[in-house]
Design a protein around this ligand. Structure first.
Ligand code: SF4
Ligand code: SF4
Length: 355
């Protein structure tokens, strides 16, 4: 397989946001020139706004150089994100947008791609995966042929590490997609809580939900032969009448982490394929935990630098290798081999260091 180019600017000491902003703009200019990439006139910047209480996410000032470059080229840009499964201040579009504003992401419009409560998804087919034939991504991503995927490279409890692949997978998935990756869900409908509003059935893209008429005395139910496990019904139900918990799912999540990592990679393929994305990984503020964690964390190694590539596997491999060279060996490296196997990219790269 042909090697991918990974462009790199080292950050040898604690840099200011201004220095990071200059370096990231320089990297973007370089990759556009060297890889002969034309920017689309409408572009989304996939970022992570950082959970409330987290202090090590990549601050918005670090992206200012990129924003200036896009403005000079008359590109219409937005920040784009999806809501999370769990509680916290990124659980739906309203509080997620407020958090983005509070954390200073004010220079571009903010798009929450999976709708108000994580219910808007597009089912994207993939080939060659073990776990999924379709992936439920936030519907808002459909509008973009190209994204700048800006990822903080750091650790993650289940994934081992999070960079471009994690940003593409969990970051692009609708709530249903996130649930499918986490649990391999089989939703069940709890009739004693259901008020037969029918919202869940409207959201189900495969007509798997049967809501019996009020007063009929019959129980509503979900046809698991049709169900894709997207979880959209769970997000839609305001009465908490749909449950996604099963012993099988919980055991998978706790004891079969490699399945979870393969699922991440399959979702990343769905988000990457058919687009000419550019990936920038910021290997700085490198913590063992993720930016989703609502608490301050200590960094595990000194800042390394910023990496850029058109190949999400190559850019993550370069970051993984750079961390390993400092003695920080993250778990989860098998996801890179699986990503190569299903055609997401290559682990072979040439590192091109810019001064
Ligand atoms: S959305 Fe909830 S309350 Fe409404 S029909 Fe479905 S399960 Fe019942
Ligand atoms: S029943 Fe299955 S396919 Fe339909 S919305 Fe719920 S999880 Fe998705």
């Amino acid at each position: 397989m042909k090697k991918a180019n990974v462009y790199f600017i080292p950050l040898n000491r604690k840099p200011s946001d201004g220095e990071v902003c200059d370096c990231s703009a320089k990297l973007l200019e370089q990759i556009l020139r060297s890889e002969q990439i034309a920017l689309e006139s409408e572009l989304a910047l996939k970022v992570h706004f950082g959970e409330s209480g987290n202090r090590t996410y990549i601050r918005p000032g670090c992206y200012d150089g990129i924003l200036e470059l896009l403005e000079q080229r008359h590109i219409s840009a937005s920040f784009i994100e999806t809501s999370v499964l769990y509680g916290g201040n990124r659980r739906n579009a309203e509080c997620h947008k407020k958090l983005a504003k509070d954390h200073g992401f004010t220079k571009l419009p903010v798009v929450i791609a999976d709708g108000i409560a994580g219910e808007d998804s597009s089912l994207v087919p993939i080939q060659g995966g073990k776990h999924f034939q379709t992936c439920a991504l936030g519907k808002g991503f459909e509008a973009y042929k190209q994204l700048l995927v800006l990822s903080h490279f750091k650790g993650h409890g289940l994934a081992g590490f999070g960079g471009a692949i994690k940003q593409l997978s969990m970051g692009f998935a609708s709530k249903g997609g996130k649930m499918a990756m986490h649990m391999g869900i089989q939703p069940t409908l709890m009739n004693f809580l259901c008020v037969k509003c029918g919202l869940c059935a409207k959201r189900c893209q495969v007509d798997a939900i049967h809501i019996e008429p009020k007063g009929s005395g019959k129980k509503s139910w979900i046809d698991h032969n049709k169900c894709l496990g997207c979880g959209a019904c769970y997000s839609a139900c305001r009465r908490h009448a749909i449950s996604i918990l099963s012993w099988k799912g919980i055991c998978n999540m706790l004891f079969r982490k490699s399945d979870f990592r393969e699922k991440l990679v399959e979702y990343a393929l769905a988000a990457h394929q058919g687009r000419r994305n550019i990936y920038l990984n910021f290997a700085m503020n490198i913590t063992k935990g993720c930016d989703c964690e609502p608490r301050p964390m200590l960094t595990a190694v000194p800042d390394i630098g910023i990496f850029a590539s058109t190949d999400p596997v190559a850019v993550d491999t370069a970051c993984y290798d750079a961390c390993a060279s400092t003695g920080l060996k993250f778990k989860g490296v098998e996801q890179l081999a699986y990503a190569e196997k299903i055609g997401l990219g290559t682990r072979q790269y040439d590192l091109i260091t810019l001064n």
